[in-house]
Design a protein around this ligand. Sequence first.
Ligand SMILES: Nc1nc2c(c(=O)[nH]1)N[C@H]1C(S)=C(S)[C@@H](COP(=O)(O)O)O[C@H]1N2
Ligand SMILES: [Mo]
Length: 222
Amino acid sequence: MSDDVPPPAPSKLTTSKQRWAGEGRFLTGHTARPESERLPPGQHLVRDWPVLDLGVHPRITLERWTLRVDGAVEEPLLWNWAAFQAQPRHREVSDIHCVTTWSRYDNTWEGVATQALLAAARPRPTARFVVLHSHDGYTTNLPLQDFAAANAILASSWQGSPLTPEHGGPVRLIVPHLYLWKSAKWLQRIEFRADDQPGYWEVRGYHERGDPWREQRYSDDP
Ligand SMILES: Nc1nc2c(c(=O)[nH]1)N[C@H]1C(S)=C(S)[C@@H](COP(=O)(O)O)O[C@H]1N2
Ligand SMILES: [Mo]
């Protein structure tokens, strides 16, 4: 059922990030509420938008682009670019928070709300988790409830321009209330599951959920 390509070999960055999980690097021990503190504990603001990934930047033309939605859904989908464009357009301004401690405020995203995708695919009552599969072999998992957040978006545009290949274009996920590693770039497939299945970083010491205000950077048992 899976047509995942294997993720690339470890790089200097991925090796460091895996070590940081074991060390509990960057943990402040503080928690906060998003209502009272816009910047989560241990984060600092950046103005530019860093590029962070496994080191492979797949180039997917719009002609070749498809998004598959399958697993525990009533209506499996295979959207090409025209089908994606035909969905209700959604616009959202949100902040991003990377687990390596940088945050960036006020990003304007345009694309399709995850709630619109859920309305089209209709997850079965058994569906509780979502696994994102990407063209670079990356995977990440999150609870269906988090994927379904009102401000979560399948983004094809940032600050009014098409999302660049380095940042995951043609389409990436953005789930603003979780650390950015949950927001898969170069989205290829969205799989709905009854059981959880840890993704690339989740099997390398990173947290199952990844709430920045609760500093859920790493799993408790790495
Ligand atoms: N497909 C894919 N998505 C990914 C990643 C990746 O390596 N591959 N890295 C994640 C991580 S750890 C981060 S911090 C963000 C970085 O997104 P950016 O490069 O647009 O800042 O993408 C996330 N999504
Ligand atoms: Mo990250």
